[in-house]
Design a protein around this ligand. Structure first.
Ligand code: G3P
Length: 224
């Protein structure tokens, strides 16, 4: 499964990109506003940092004509921009138009399997089901991923759309999505940080180093 970071924070992106852990970036209007910088400049800087990996830049409009215009504008900012479009009827019309021009589309705000199916049929390159927000309202976020993976893999359809699991809240979501065969998981930096953590790793490392340092004090023959 590919790992994407769900952030517009360039410092976080640089940190994990240096470890080779960033296969792409997703942003949304809330994440752009949080960084307090210009939309276009932010997307251009991120796109340069992670090139050739993709960066999703969302349209703000909700009507067909303006969504298409914004989609073309966002795509002009960098070769690796993916245009993000909300799962609304006008958005599916814009997805059809933009994807037929060769512009890759990430359909966002997917909360049901049938919404995912519509977006795949409209020509989306990616669909973003929001699992954490479903869990928040007492629905089964991971169940949605299971359904979408099953639909995508059905031999009758052969959809090329990648299932981009979004609204990930913790490392267990990542493991479950990977086991189900999702293509991508996008996560905030704090979830990526938690994926490194295990208390036994810290305890084990401390023990190794304590043993080493103790022996070094006792035996002069031990050198680094
Ligand atoms: O970017 C879309 C999605 O990942 C947002 O997640 O945590 O705001 O529900 P969250």
């Amino acid at each position: 499964m590919k790992f994407y970071l769900d952030t517009a924070n360039l410092a976080s992106i640089k940190k994990y990109n240096a470890m080779g852990l960033v296969d792409g970036i997703t942003t949304n209007p809330s994440l752009i506003v949080k960084e307090g910088a210009d939309f276009e400049e932010t997307i251009k800087a991120i796109a340069k940092e992670v090139y050739p990996n993709p960066v999703s830049a969302e349209v703000i409009a909700t009507d067909y004509e303006t969504m298409v215009a914004e989609g073309k504008r966002n795509k002009s900012w960098a070769e690796n921009v993916v245009v993000k479009i909300p799962m609304i009827p006008e958005g599916m019309r814009a997805t059809k138009t933009l994807s037929s021009m060769g512009i890759p589309i990430n359909v966002t705000l997917i909360f049901s399997a049938v919404q995912g199916l519509i977006a795949m049929k409209a020509g989306a390159s990616y669909i973003s089901p929001f699992i954490g927000r479903l869990d928040d309202v007492g629905q089964d976020g991971m169940g949605l991923i299971k359904d979408l993976v099953e639909i995508k893999k059905n031999e009758n359809y052969k959809f090329k759309t990648e299932i981009l699991v979004a609204s990930i809240r913790h490392p267990i979501h990542v493991v479950q999505a990977a086991k189900m065969g999702a293509d991508i998981g996008t996560m905030p930096a704090d979830v990526m940080e938690k994926m490194f953590m295990h208390p036994l790793t810290d305890i084990g490392l401390k023990r190794f180093l304590d043993d080493w340092n103790k022996a070094k004090k006792e035996k002069a023959s031990i050198t680094v």
